[in-house]
Design a protein around this ligand. Structure first.
Ligand code: GLN
Length: 190
């Protein structure tokens, strides 16, 4: 199994390191052709506007969206969650807009919006360490979306078919549960 981590901007190296730690082959994803040799995609945290622009500049918008619509498993963390959302609160433009969620960017405030906590995530585990950095949260979900975790009345993890998203950064902790669950999603599809 090989997973591609979108390597435009943000915390992609950390995702690659966790996958390799789990014995999974992981590659930087930058070019169209690379989408043909992978079984799963991760969009990391970073800055969603920059990631969204680079996806277009590097001409991978269509292939990325097509793969997700075809059912390839995808994990979006933090900015990656924003890239997948069909609706971004108070913002006109969206990015690949495949997941039926509305997100609020910088939902915890811009400056003091970074904190850590431990909470449970359905299917993934209890006491999962969560690192929030100017994180978005999910304001509302469509009927096909399953809510996996709520922290302080805010939805911070959800799943819709092949799409798994978290507001927090699982790649910035030593806990590998989120990635293990994502690997299971890929295996279940094969
Ligand atoms: N605030 C960023 C954005 O709106 C996301 C932050 C992150 O990925 N840590 O894109």
């Amino acid at each position: 199994m090989r997973i591609g981590v979108l390597a435009m901007q943000g915390a992609y190296k950390e995702h690659i390191n966790i996958l390799r730690q789990l014995g999974i082959e992981a590659i930087d994803l930058r070019y169209k052709e690379e989408f043909e040799n992978i079984e799963g995609i991760i969009i990391p945290g970073g800055e969603s506007t920059s990631i969204g622009k680079l996806i277009k500049i590097l001409d991978i918008y269509d292939v990325l969206k097509d793969k997700v619509l075809e059912g390839m498993p995808i994990l979006g963390t933090c900015a990656g969650m924003i890239v997948l959302a069909k609706k971004i609160h108070n913002q006109e433009n969206t990015h690949i807009a495949t997941m039926d969620i509305e997100v609020i960017r910088n939902g915890y405030g811009r400056q003091l919006g970074s904190f850590n906590t431990n909470e449970s995530v359905r299917y993934i585990g209890e006491n999962i360490p969560m690192v929030f950095i100017r994180a978005p949260y999910i304001k509302s979900v469509g009927k096909d979306v399953e809510i996996l975790s709520v922290v302080d009345d805010k939805i911070v993890a959800a799943k819709q078919d092949n799409m798994l998203v978290t507001s927090f950064h699982p790649e910035l902790t030593n806990n590998t549960n989120v990635h293990e669950y994502f690997v299971k999603m890929i295996k279940d599809r094969q």
